[in-house]
Each structure stands twice: as structure tokens, then as C-alpha cells.
Write a protein that binds this ligand. Structure first.
Ligand code: SAM
Length: 192
């Protein structure tokens, strides 16, 4: 069982489901608009029973302890009011052998986009480690990937369009897409 926190438009889900057969995916996101968008773009997998999206916050994940083997969250921790509480919640719903893959841009990388000055909390490597340890994770590995980020298209002032390209761009461009795929495969593959 895989869980994702903050799936946004849900565009990463087909890639995630393509990593192995018979994957069950459950995503939570606190935005009703994102839940609706993710549901609309993953209809067939929802109907097939392998994918579920729910509206919920990382501070109160609506699942029992030890429910998931793997968890994933991409470019979301910047917005969590209580990051240790959020990470501890993810840890609670992970089995003891489970793992969390958290993907973020580095503060240096993110600072190149002016929008990160508003509402983003950026974390350096050492700060992330500390948050994970405080949340009770036992092993923390940080890997740095080369930045391939183009800047956002500032001509798009329409809010919806911006927030769409924003979600995709954060996941697909701010980190090397191949690296994300590799990291996802490694983090989400069954453990021996
Ligand atoms: C920048 S988007 C990233 C979306 C997607 N992961 C991606 O990389 O394309 C951040 C997402 O996290 C969600 N989010 C932010 N804070 C959250 C929280 N406390 N609990 C649940 N979801 C949250 C937002 O609604 C949004 O969909």
C-alpha cells in the first residue's frame, strides 16, 4: 500500500502506478479543488479500485496506525504549519519497516523563483534531517539532485492556469524527473 500526501493535480499517479504491478495507492490532499482535479485525471484507475483520493490534512491523516508500506510527498512540506506533527502523522500510518520519500527543492534552488518568498517555508538539508529525527524516523538519507528548473512563465496570470503549471513544474522540473523516478523506484520497491 502506497500513500501520497499533497498529490495536487494527481499527475504523478500514473507514473507511480507504472513502477510495479498491483500497486494500491491512497492519496490525501487538503484542497477540495486538487481532489476534484486528481479524480478527474485518474478516473479509470479509481474505477478499477487501485487508486483512492481523499480530502484530508497531513496533520490528521484519516487512517489507522501501520496502514502503509511506503509514503511519498513532493513539494508540500513548505506549506505545513507544523512539519514535525505532519511527519509524525506519516510515520504513524507507516508500518515499522515502511519508508517515506519526501522531495523538495533546496532553499538556493527555490529562491530563484520569486513566488517562494510568500507562504513557503524552505528547509536546508540539516533542518530536514532534524525534522525527520524529531518526528521519530530512524534512518534519514538526503540525496541532492542537479537543478533543471526553468523559471515560471510569468505571462500566465490566470490563477488556475498558474496553479496548474505550478504543481506540475514543481514536481517535474524543480527536481530532475529521472531522479524522481529513480528515487521513487528505489524508495517504493518492495523490501526484501
Ligand atoms: C505545490 S503543490 C504540489 C503538488 C504535487 N505534489 C506536485 O508536486 O505536483 C502542494 C500540494 O500540497 C497540498 N498541501 C499543502 N499543505 C497540506 C497539508 N497540510 N495537508 C495536506 N495537503 C497539503 C496542497 O493542497 C497542494 O496540492
Amino acid at each position: 500500500m502506497r500513500a501520497e500526501v499533497g498529490f495536487g493535480n494527481g499527475k504523478v499517479v500514473p507514473r507511480l502506478m507504472g513502477l510495479a504491478s498491483a500497486i494500491a495507492y491512497t492519496g490525501i490532499d487538503y484542497s477540495q479543488a486538487m481532489v476534484a482535479e486528481a479524480k478527474a485525471s485518474n478516473k479509470s484507475q479509481i474505477e478499477g479500485g487501485s487508486v483512492e483520493f481523499r480530502r484530508a490534512s497531513v496533520e490528521a491523516i484519516p487512517f489507522a496506525d501501520d496502514s502503509f508500506d511506503h509514503a511519498l510527498t513532493i513539494n508540500t512540506i513548505y506549506f505545513w504549519p507544523e512539519p514535525v506533527r505532519g511527519l509524525a502523522e506519516i510515520r504513524r500510518v507507516l508500518r515499522p519497516s515502511g519508508n517515506l520519500l519526501l522531495v523538495v527543492g533546496t532553499p538556493e534552488q527555490m529562491a530563484r523563483n520569486a513566488f517562494t518568498q510568500h507562504g513557503f517555508r524552505l528547509y536546508a538539508d540539516a533542518q530536514l534531517r532534524e525534522l525527520f529525527v524529531r518526528a521519530g524516523f530512524r534512518e534519514v538519507t538526503v540525496e541532492l539532485y542537479r537543478d533543471q528548473a526553468p523559471t515560471l512563465d510569468r505571462s500566465k496570470n490566470n490563477l488556475i492556469e498558474r496553479s496548474r503549471s505550478y504543481g506540475q513544474q514543481m514536481a517535474v522540473d524543480l527536481a530532475n524527473p529521472q531522479c524522481i523516478s529513480n528515487a521513487m523506484s528505489a524508495a517504493l520497491s518492495p523490501r526484501s
